[in-house]
Design a protein around this ligand. Structure first.
Ligand code: HEM
Length: 164
């Protein structure tokens, strides 16, 4: 499997688009800047809604109002993360594609997307459901915060665990 990923990475690195990303000096810093700004939006939105579940943020506003304000914008911003992340990979394929930390990050991202979708659906379709089930709501919020933090760590960690 690793040999296949290395061959694919070599091919990807030899494409025209990869060459442009590698040689035009402003592209990678710009992609990284957009990526990290979007990380800040997605992470803070998810965590603020989770903190509201714990009663540590906007206590005087109903949970569904906080969720309606912060969760829907997460989805288009995730698409920008996907686009900038994919271009960063095309620019330097081996760094991520032959790196277990990258796959850890993507697996955690799938879990985070699932938890966020469940939270948004539940809170917006039955506004009192989570407020009436405190333990379940807090368990979901704790899992969500931990998984989002895991994605942040794994994202940064990719740089230190790349194959030689
Ligand atoms: C949607 C798909 C995503 C893809 C394909 C992707 C891909 C990438 C890539 C290729 C890098 C560069 C790693 C390196 O070369 O060191 C990166 C960095 C990073 N990503 Fe993502 N990413 C995605 C989503 C996310 C999300 C949702 C988060 C967190 C909420 C995130 C957090 C980070 C962080 C913290 C870094 C390190 C930035 C730095 O230190 O410069 N990423 N990502």
């Amino acid at each position: 499997m690793e040999a296949l990923l290395i061959t694919f990475s070599k091919w990807l690195a030899s494409t025209g688009l990869s060459h442009v990303i590698q040689t035009v000096s402003w592209i990678i810093p710009t992609l990284q800047t957009i990526h990290i700004l979007c990380v800040a939006i997605v992470f803070s939105s998810a965590v603020l809604v989770n903190l509201r579940i714990f009663g540590l943020f906007e206590r005087d506003e109903p949970l569904h109002a906080v969720a309606r304000r912060f969760l829907p914008p997460v989805w288009p911003v995730l698409l920008i993360l996907l686009l900038t992340g994919s271009l960063l990979i095309i620019g330097e394929p081996r760094r991520s594609l032959v790196n277990t930390t990258f796959y850890l990050k993507m697996s955690l991202l799938l879990v985070a997307i699932l938890l966020t979708a469940i939270l948004q659906r539940t809170v917006l379709s039955s506004p009192d459901f989570i407020e009436n089930r405190r333990a379940a709501g807090r368990a979901l919020a704790t899992a969500s915060i931990l998984v989002w933090c895991g994605i942040l760590f794994a994202g940064r960690w990719i740089a230190y665990t790349q194959a030689g």
